[in-house]
Design a protein around this ligand. Sequence first.
Ligand SMILES: Nc1ncnc2c1ncn2[C@@H]1O[C@H](COP(=O)(O)OP(=O)(O)OP(=O)(O)O)[C@@H](O)[C@H]1O
Length: 241
Amino acid sequence: MSLSVACSHEYGAGRPALVEVDLTLRAGVTGLLGVNGAGKTTLLRVMSGGLRPSVGDAAVDGTSLYGRRRRQALSRVGYLPQHFDAPRRAKVGDVLRYLGWMRGLDTARARAAADRLLEVVGLADRADAPMGSLSGGMKRRVGFAQSLMADPEVLLLDEPTTGLDPEQRAAMRAVIAAQERAGVTVVSSHLIEDISTLADRLIVLEQGRVLFDDSMEAFRRTAEGTDEERFLRLLTTERRS
Ligand SMILES: Nc1ncnc2c1ncn2[C@@H]1O[C@H](COP(=O)(O)OP(=O)(O)OP(=O)(O)O)[C@@H](O)[C@H]1O
């Protein structure tokens, strides 16, 4: 299976956020790295079916996320947005069941999926707790659980560890790593350390362009001897010179 995207996007005239991005992602974990404003969220929104690009398209196994068979393509994608939240008074389990139902699961399947995923993210004992009582790290784990509710073949996680303290970040990474998925997973971050242990492939975005796209292994080999931050700066300089 594959997720392909070939597009450019600008939010307003002359304000490009993605420039001639052309990628095909296959099974495995792809890390999407870039500084704030590099275009990660925009790319993930395009790949989630939530933002039609100004030019081009995104498709799951050739079925466009913006075409006539959009619903079919959308049903195969799970998405954790950068700022996942839910009403403060809503109970955690109800939020998951509701989002599962929205994604087409019947009541029994939504209940079973919610129970199973709360176990997966270590929040089984919080099913009846209101969302407002959760820490930032716990909310992010609920967000991760909701992205998996309909068993998606494509899973898109926008900065799942950002804003968490080191302990919560490690817990979040462990939860993601423990998922043995057959499909495409994309994890974005502005920190290489957040994705280097998770991803097989690394894509670096800079000012909306793909600056680097190779295996994590190749990235490590090339970066050997330089620290990774410096290596990323070198990449940037190379392209500009
Ligand atoms: N809704 C929007 N309206 C106008 N401009 C936007 C909007 N969203 C993003 N941008 C701009 O598009 C560019 C890419 O932003 P994007 O959020 O995709 O980057 P990012 O790598 O995800 O950064 P961050 O980690 O800060 O979210 C930036 O210049 C940003 O200011």
